[in-house]
Write a protein that binds this ligand. Structure first.
Ligand code: NAP
Length: 345
């Protein structure tokens, strides 16, 4: 039996090098499950992998993408926790079960093959069962694998968020909007930034952001954040920009607050003096490396019990042409929230 798998074929210079191949369906070993993939969610990382912009090792001819949701269709003889018919999502790094962080050497769709195909095998311990009869679609659930765990890690893995605290989210992409949804559901006040007033209006209306700041019209946007928080600053920052935004992020945080270093969307010509900035605020400046299967289990439980809907903005079909369109759409930055590829109905 064969399946379609999409690989980055040739130089990793353009998302147009995504090509479809007919390949064997893998057979699960004793402690693995075979999953029929229904949806794959894209991350900014996948663009980086396809265009040599990802700062960690990447396998040649890799199957891209890390986030799949699907149905178990085969189980190894040693598997006890899952059965055929279970709806599951697989974790970002199947070798990483517990704790706050992972290294970057086993993340799916980079150093090892990922999930943009019809069938994948995973260790049963790295697949998280989804709640029965939940209203969320496969695409929605798939977004928790990287984005959901990253946001959960920022809010809960080191210093757990408390109701009434303030969370600042940078940009209107997947990590930010998912973080906003989780933070609001936990009783936090939220401030979101964007380059676009139109996107901010939309995010306020649809996701209930409490305050919005345009980082283009306010290049020193921390001043707006301090104004909105009566000079105090915020408890948590989702630092998605990198060297280009880290100074404004630390300026926005309250004394002793948390800055989660997540993304690399904006590069500064000169790296700011982060040591002095962190010292001046007594701030925790902590890198995030997605997170473990344990964190995925926690965020699935929270989303399931709260009935939260996840921000899938657009779904594409499953073919090399559609995958190129999906990657180009994400690359254009016109989206708000998540972009997915529907592999099966
Ligand atoms: N460390 C980790 O474990 C981890 C996990 C997941 C993602 N990430 C990283 O986190 C970042 C965001 O990922 P994503 O998947 O959410 O990306 P995404 O969905 O592609 O979102 C990108 C959005 O970020 C905003 N943005 C771009 N430049 C910005 C800047 N200079 N300042 C503030 N916002 C800016 C834009 O929003 P507007 O159009 O509204 O301005 C853009 O649409 C990426 O760098 C990604 O690689 C890291």
């Amino acid at each position: 039996m064969s399946q379609t798998a999409i690989r980055i074929n040739g130089p990793r210079s353009s998302v147009r090098n995504l090509k479809a191949f007919q390949e064997e369906i893998p057979v699960p070993t004793k402690h693995e499950v075979l999953i029929k993939v229904h949806s794959v969610s894209l991350n900014y990382r996948d663009i980086g992998v396809a265009t040599s912009g990802y700062p960690f090792p990447v396998k040649d001819n890799v199957v891209p993408c890390s986030d799949a949701a699907g149905v178990v269709v085969g189980v190894g003889e040693g598997v006890k926790n899952l059965a055929k018919g279970d709806r599951v999502i697989g974790t970002f790094d199947p070798t990483n079960i517990f704790g706050q962080q992972m290294d970057w050497l086993n993340g799916q769709g980079g150093p090892v093959d990922g999930v943009l195909c019809e069938y994948i095998t995973l260790p049963a311990i790295a697949a998280v069962k989804l709640p029965e009869n939940s209203p969320q679609s496969f695409s929605e659930w798939s977004t928790l694998v990287c984005t959901g765990v990253t946001a959960w890690n920022a809010l809960y893995a080191l210093t757990p968020l408390k109701p009434g605290q303030i969370v600042l989210l940078q940009g209107t992409g997947g990590v930010s909007i998912t973080g906003l949804i989780l933070a609001k559901a936990a009783g936090a006040t939220t401030i979101i930034t964007s380059s676009s007033d139109k996107k901010l209006e939309f995010v306020k209306a649809k996701f209930g952001a409490n305050y919005c700041v345009n980082y283009k019209t306010h290049p020193e946007w921390s001043k707006e954040v301090l104004r909105l928080t009566n000079g105090e600053g915020v408890d948590y920052v989702f630092e998605n920009g990198g060297s280009g935004t880290i100074a404004e992020s630390i300026n926005s945080v309250k004394m002793g607050g948390n800055v989660s270093v997540i993304g690399f969307l904006s590069q500064a010509k000169e790296m700011p003096d982060v040591a002095t900035l962190a010292l001046s605020k007594g701030a925790v400046v902590r890198g995030i490396t997605v997170g473990s299967t344990q964190l995925l289990q926690e965020v699935v439980r929270f989303v399931g019990r709260k009935g939260l809907r996840l921000p899938v903005e657009k779904e594409f079909g499953f073919s090399a042409e559609e995958a190129v369109k999906a990657f180009e759409y994400l690359q254009s930055g016109t989206h708000v929230g998540k972009v997915c590829i529907k592999v099966a109905e």
